[in-house]
Design a protein around this ligand. Structure first.
Ligand SMILES: O=c1ccn([C@H]2C[C@H](O)[C@@H](CO)O2)c(=O)[nH]1
Ligand SMILES: [Zn+2]
Length: 154
């Protein structure tokens, strides 16, 4: 599943996905860091699943926006994705943390687009500053489900 090539997405879907990531930030529960993050996943049939970061008084219990989106989708039976967008209130594109990169790697193709949307995008609607990455660029030489299928001599 993760080795298949991802189809390019339309300009309209790309814009819908970016808007959804910005909207998703409204669901953030971040009383401790006051750092809101929104994420949105696009499926092959055009469905969008949003996620926000959910913090905990026991800080280690915090769940990032990206993992919220992936877990929401997968637990509803949706396991195929064509793009992910992430938005914060910071005026530069911020990339998912290491734990989220590994969780994304489990379900998304290595060439899947990850759109890092800076805060400025909201006000001017300008795509300047948006950074487009892929799973592989964010997590090179990654360990994935296929590794468990490789031959083990002896
Ligand atoms: O990739 C990331 C990195 C951080 N956060 C959240 C976790 C925490 O609530 C806040 C500050 O780390 O931002 C995310 O949602 N995604
Ligand atoms: Zn994370």
């Amino acid at each position: 599943m993760t080795t298949t090539t991802t189809e390019p997405i339309s300009t309209r879907d790309r814009e819908r996905l970016i808007r959804a990531a910005i909207e998703a930030k409204n669901g953030s529960y971040s009383p401790y860091s006051k750092f809101r993050v929104g994420a949105a996943l696009l499926t092959p049939d055009g469905q969008i699943i949003k996620g926000a970061n959910v913090e905990n008084a026991s800080y280690g219990g915090t769940i990032c926006a990206e993992r919220t989106a992936v877990v929401k989708a997968v637990s509803e039976g949706i396991r195929s994705f064509v793009a992910l967008a992430v938005n914060t209130d910071v005026a530069q594109p911020l990339a998912p943390c290491g734990i989220c990169r590994q969780v994304i790697r489990e379900f998304c193709a290595l060439d899947m687009s990850i759109l890092l949307v800076p805060a400025g995008y909201e006000s001017d609607g300008n795509s300047a500053g948006l950074l487009e990455m892929t799973v592989e660029k964010l997590l090179p030489l990654s360990f994935g489900p296929e590794a468990l299928e490789l031959p083990r001599p002896g």
